[in-house]
Design a protein around this ligand. Structure first.
Ligand SMILES: [Zn+2]
Length: 64
């Protein structure tokens, strides 16, 4: 099980076994708290965000 904080605010925490599951768990939080990212209005594009998310997830995996 990987424990991970939201990579954009650090205020919400999630636990999941896989990257895909983590992504699914975080979605409601992102719709709620990070509308700019979900709507593509943020400066960072989705691919860059996904890269950041994957790195954070893998870092948590290694800590375990
Ligand atoms: Zn957040």
């Amino acid at each position: 099980m990987v424990r991970m904080a939201c990579i954009d605010c650090g205020q919400a925490h999630f636990e999941a076994d896989t990257l895909r599951e983590m992504l699914t768990l975080m979605m409601p939080h992102y719709f709620d708290a990070h509308q700019d990212i979900m709507s593509g209005q943020a400066d960072e594009d989705r691919e860059a965000w996904m890269g950041r998310f994957t790195s954070a997830f893998n870092a948590c995996l290694e800590d375990d």
